[in-house]
Design a protein. Structure first.
Length: 592
């Protein structure tokens, strides 16, 4: 792109601009080049961000070699693991909005022409996705990579289960401490198929990250090399004026759903992809989610639902190997940040032998690539990881990670135990107060209720008890960690705080969870079976009789985010209030 057509050059008319950029270390000759923002989430917040400063520097090297002037900006993320199980977890989803706003602010206020998003974890990657859609300027994503597994093959997803065993007195405190303190032995995203790894995979599946860059172990030389190539790739996108709206199309979203299904990814992707689609003005189709997951096999054998860890996934060929295994389901004409189509990328990767490059490294662990990324003809399951449920308790939909559910729990009918918040439910499990045959209904944990915190400890406690894992379920308007396994249904829409049906459920009601049929229904109450329209009528009557929900008065970020939160079916993103709604509307949480 010619310098006289660059936005950065048009904005240099102010006499202070050049000296202020030179004051940050730019050379005078760089001022005439295209300006690149490197938006990083580096910080001491957690292992998934601690190393990203070095990655940002590598991106800058590649960008400068490609003729760009590059500036490094930072806004770190929070750690869900550190916030987990406390009131701080309500900031998790809100932090996605903050990071997206920060990236937007940095790009617009700095007059940049293109950018590279350097992030690796649960909310930082989705935040950059939202910002990319909002800005719609050339961007390359650099996924931050993964850590290795700690001694004794313990990764962070196992820690909560060990804690539950400790709380129940099944292991000693010394054993618990010894087995858990080494679970995060180096920098990188947590080494299992949680939301962080899911979103790294997703950025590559969308075509926004360079092929093979997602989930690279941070200890590998290729990690830094991919960062340098990402900086250079931004120059190509700027030259060709390829923008997120050119890449993230319906075809790209379809491809992301296919790879999510094949991977057995986190349900949290079903918040972030709808939010991304909404930013781009694309209608997100839940029927497409259901159809893809009914057609695409689950083939990636990673924890927590499977056996292996995410570093081994990269050695087995990473996202390219996964794509090649389900290639027939992909829309290969989708454009990517290489400037080539997805199909062209895959052809080149096959010629270069990318997926077999680290076969010897796998063999040191006694593995072959096909044991990690299974052939489509020999899947872990003939259907994908996700189930979409509807019914009189979820007229707007709900989701379940069926890859983590035992086959005998795919159809479950149980008695409701109702909890207005996850703390009460967690205490009941720890104290032995939950019995097989019960359905834990955890409500007022949705986007407008408590801010939609994860319920990792709750689901881990359920999964760690064999009797409950095989005989109890959880349904909630909240959400789960990407490490969740077990019979858990979340994102129930509309949420209880917005007058959804979960607010009408009472202890002793009977609920049917049918994962294969995609149903979530109240089927019996007050000592009788509900037929036809009776369930809907009873729910409506109870909701009319129930006093309106009054949430905790919040100020600051949580007050803003819960007041403006949209439904989970649209990604739970903050949505602007209608024109004419002033501060009084925000204070009372009103929506038009």
């Amino acid at each position: 792109m010619k310098a006289d057509k660059l936005h950065s050059q048009e904005m240099r008319w102010g006499p202070e601009v050049d000296p202020l950029r030179v004051g940050t270390g730019w050379l005078p000759e760089e001022l005439d080049r295209p300006w690149l923002l490197i938006e990083g989430s580096a910080g001491d917040s957690h292992p998934g961000s601690i190393h990203l400063g070095a990655a940002v520097d590598a991106v800058r090297e590649g960008a400068r070699e490609a003729g760009l002037a590059a500036a490094r900006y930072y806004c770190t993320d929070i750690c869900d693991g550190i916030a987990q199980g406390t009131a701080a977890m309500s900031y998790s989803l809100a932090s996605r909005e903050v990071r997206a706003l920060a990236a937007e602010m940095h790009f617009r206020a700095g007059h940049f022409d293109c950018w590279v998003a350097v992030s690796g974890c649960d909310k930082a990657i989705p935040a950059h996705l939202l910002a990319a859609a909002r800005l719609d300027r050339p961007v390359v994503f650099f996924p931050g990579g993964v850590m290795h597994t700690g001694p004794g093959d313990v990764s962070v997803d196992r820690v909560a289960e060990l804690y539950a065993l400790y709380r129940r007195g099944e292991i000693t405190r010394e054993d618990y401490r010894h087995r858990t303190l080494g679970a995060a032995p180096c920098a990188g995203a947590c080494n299992f198929l949680g939301t962080a790894v899911t979103m790294q995979i997703t950025t590559e599946a969308l075509g926004l990250a360079l092929p093979g860059s997602a989930c690279c172990p941070t200890t590998e030389p290729e990690h830094g090399e991919a960062a340098r190539r990402s900086g250079a790739a931004a120059a190509l996108l700027l030259e060709r004026d390829i923008r997120p709206s050119d890449i993230v199309t319906m075809d790209a979203l379809h491809n992301a759903l296919v790879i999510h299904a094949a991977a057995g990814g986190s349900t949290n992707a079903m918040l972030h992809l709808p939010a991304l689609a909404a930013e781009l003005g694309i209608a997100f189709s839940w029927s497409e989610v259901r159809r893809v997951n009914d057609e695409v096999p689950w083939i990636l054998d990673l924890r927590p639902s499977g056996t292996h860890t995410a570093d081994l996934f990269w050695y087995a060929g990473g996202v390219p190997a996964l794509m090649l295994a389900v290639r027939e389901h992909l829309r290969q004409e989708a454009l990517t940040v290489t400037g080539m189509t997805l199909g062209e990328n895959l052809d080149r990767l096959e010629r270069d032998g990318f997926t077999t490059r680290h076969a010897e490294r796998l063999r040191r662990d006694g593995l072959e690539a096909g044991e990690v990324v299974r052939p489509a003809g020999d899947p872990l399951s003939r259907v994908g990881s996700l189930a979409v449920l509807e019914g009189n308790l979820a007229p707007g939909g709900a989701v379940c990670k069926r890859s983590g559910v035992l086959p005998e729990m795919h159809r479950f009918r149980g008695r409701a135990r109702v909890f207005d918040g996850q703390e009460q439910a967690l205490a009941a499990i720890y104290s032995g107060g939950i019995s097989p045959g019960e359905v834990l209904v955890v409500r007022y944990e949705g986007p407008r209720g408590s801010g939609m915190p994860e319920m990792f400890y709750l689901t881990a406690a359920l999964a760690s008890d064999a009797a409950l894992n095989e005989g109890a379920a959880i349904i909630t308007d909240g959400r789960f960690s990407g490490a969740t396994r077990g019979p858990c249904v979340g994102h129930v829409t509309p949420e209880a705080a917005a007058g959804g049906p979960l607010a009408a459920v009472r202890d002793g009601d009977e609920i049917l969870v049918d994962i294969d049929a995609g149903r979530l229904d109240l089927v019996a109450a007050e000592g009788r079976r509900l037929e036809g329209e009776e369930a809907g009528q009873l729910i409506g009557k109870r909701l009319e009789e129930r006093p309106p929900w009054k949430g905790t008065h919040r100020r600051g970020l949580l007050g803003l985010s819960t007041a403006l939160a949209g439904p989970a079916s649209r990604g739970a993103a903050m949505e602007p209030l209608p024109p004419g709604t002033g501060r009084e509307g925000i204070k009372k949480g009103k929506r038009g």
